[in-house]
Design a protein around this ligand. Structure first.
Ligand SMILES: *Cc1c(COP(=O)(O)O)cnc(C)c1O
Length: 369
């Protein structure tokens, strides 16, 4: 049940809409009152995600943002204690879209570190920040997949390396796994394997998985019990939330379908790479994102011109536009998007004679706001 034009709306993988099966699941959901702990569908969702990620417990939150906000506060209770330092990659969602909330409502002190091409915090910079704050409560945040690294999937070894460094300084490792399912599918591993090195994980069912609403914070039983209390303080405790948990359970059943999104994104990347004058970012372990630019054309202008051809994309501070591929996209939409991009590139500026269509734009050259 895609809305009109959804096949050419690549702005975000949140832009899926619940289909007939999800709506039927919502209509038929068994509900209780989750504030009293007796909504059976919420409980089933929390158990299912805890098992998927190999954690003791999980907590449903209205958004991934709330799961990320609860994590540092729950990690370093008791409530009322000074908030922790929060070390996060400069291009991460928690840095550039959530840091004000983390500071104001979580009492945290966000500190940014440069990121490697794969999305990990640069180890030297991370170690220096950890050493400078030794003895103070600290949370290290890692994003998988890494949004500003074009959806790169981090394997368990990379995550373990960050965990080892964080733990050496007594820090808590929080994994922002809004797209951890994409990473697991792309790498062909269980999500639990990617979650294992972290002390807490935020998971999202409303990105590529396609549920209308929902994040889940995952961790030890004790950690989740604290987060559950804090969620009430934030006004995030929902009553008959089974109607939201039911489509999330449908979404989780479709987890392997993400492989199709990754194939669609690969086809889009291949199509764009063949367009003269287009530069492309593809990360080492790609998932569902493609970033592209036409040199000399600002990202906002590029997005506006593509919109004129019926193709919606997200302009980014790194000068590229982002395509986030999801279940409403198929090869027909990809071909239309490539044609639109070719038309925009052709009118932007004549390609310099002999210049190859850009393929290997350096990730390190990405400018991050
Ligand atoms: C979307 C996203 C979030 C926030 O999830 P919401 O449910 O939209 O609040 C957090 N982190 C990353 C990496 C995301 O992509």
């Amino acid at each position: 049940m895609a809305p009109p034009g959804a096949g050419l709306d690549f702005r975000s993988d949140t832009r899926t809409v619940p289909d007939a099966r999800m709506r039927a699941a919502m209509a038929g959901a068994a509900v209780g009152d989750d504030v009293y702990g007796d909504d059976p569908t919420v409980t089933r969702l929390e158990r299912t995600v805890a098992e998927l990620l190999g954690t003791e417990d999980a907590l449903l939150t209205p958004t991934g943002t709330m799961a990320n906000l609860l994590a540092p506060v729950a990690a370093f209770g008791p409530p009322g204690a000074p908030g922790p330092r929060l070390i996060v990659g400069a291009g991460a969602h928690m840095a550039f879209l959530e840091s004000d909330g983390l500071r104001r409502f979580g009492g945290a002190e966000p500190l940014t570190v440069p990121q490697l091409d794969d999305g990990r915090p640069e180890p030297g910079a991370l170690a220096a920040l950890l050493a400078a704050g030794a003895g103070r409560p600290t949370v290290v945040c890692l994003e998988n997949t890494s949004m500003m690294r074009c959806g790169n999937a981090l394997d368990a070894g990379a995550t373990r390396a960050v965990a080892a460094l964080a733990h050496r300084y007594g820090a808590h490792l929080h994994l922002d796994g809004a797209r951890l399912a994409n990473a697991a599918v792309a790498l062909g591993v269980r999500p639990a394997e990617l979650a294992e090195p972290a002390d807490s994980v935020a998971f999202s069912v409303s990105k590529g998985l396609g549920a209308p609403v929902g994040g889940l914070l995952c961790g030890t039983g004790e950690f989740i019990a604290r987060a559950r209390e804090l969620r009430t303080w934030l006004g995030g405790s929902l009553h008959q939330a089974g109607v939201l948990a039911a489509p999330a359970l449908v979404a989780l059943g479709r987890l392997p379908d993400l492989a199709a999104d990754h194939r669609t994104a690969a086809a889009l990347a291949a199509g764009l790479a063949a367009v003269p004058g287009v530069e492309l970012i593809r990360p080492p372990r790609p998932t569902n994102m493609v970033m592209a630019r036409v040199p000399g054309l600002a990202a906002g202008e590029c997005a506006a011109r593509l919109a004129g051809h019926g193709v919606r994309v997200l302009p980014l501070p790194n000068g590229h536009v982002r395509f986030a591929v999801h279940r409403a996209h198929d090869i027909i939409g990809v071909r239309a998007a490539v044609r639109a991009f070719a038309a925009v590139a052709a009118t932007a500026q004549p390609a310099t004679d002999g210049e190859l269509p850009g393929r290997g734009a350096s990730l390190t050259s990405m400018e991050e706001a």
